[in-house]
Write a protein that binds this ligand. Structure first.
Ligand code: AMP
Length: 162
């Protein structure tokens, strides 16, 4: 279990930990795969969330999955992408989290995923929590925790009889 003092400090960073949906590159599941390939390369990320028309999170699309589809017997062939949509190659078995998830559960899930999609109770995509943002919050927490500990020691020394 994470100590309440640590969890409280981490939560001071909570808002910064979630990248809101409007700042997250995404694709629609109905998009043609060729179009998604362009989007992915422009976004500069290897994996991005897939949404439906009502903004529900439905899966993840990775560059790797598209490249695998392009591989033919004569090497890379983009014509293999014709007729395919994002829904044909996206991964649907994905770890996700609620906005009020326990920090401990989030940390466990981020061991195996570089980011977690954040969904509300209706499955609407709210944003992502990335390993990078969590590590920044951990770094902040360690520093503040250290500083608070040092302050407590100074107060303790100041109050103790000489
Ligand atoms: P990071 O921890 O910042 O390296 O991000 C980990 C992964 O999260 C990236 O490789 C992307 O798959 C995803 N990601 C991070 N930021 C964004 C974003 N703004 N839009 C889409 N995907 C993102």
């Amino acid at each position: 279990m994470i100590s309440p003092a640590i969890e409280k400090l981490m939560k001071e960073h909570e808002e910064a930990m979630v990248i809101p949906a409007e700042n997250v590159a995404n694709v629609m599941k109905e998009h043609p795969l060729e179009h998604a390939l362009l989007l992915l390369s422009q976004a500069g990320y290897s994996t991005i969330p897939v949404l439906d028309k009502e903004d529900h999170f439905v899966g993840l699309l990775s560059l790797n999955d598209i490249v695998k589809k392009m591989l033919g017997i004569n090497g890379i062939d983009t014509s293999n992408l014709e007729e395919l949509t994002v829904a044909d190659v996206m991964k649907t078995d994905v770890s996700v989290m609620r906005p009020d998830a326990e920090l401990e559960d989030v940390l466990h899930l981020l061991v195996d995923a570089s980011f977690l999609p954040v969904l509300d109770e209706e499955g609407i995509f709210c944003g992502i929590v990335t390993r990078r943002e969590i590590l920044k919050a951990v770094n902040y927490t360690f520093h503040v925790f250290d500083r608070k500990n040092a302050e407590t020691k100074v107060i303790f020394h100041a109050n103790s009889p000489s």
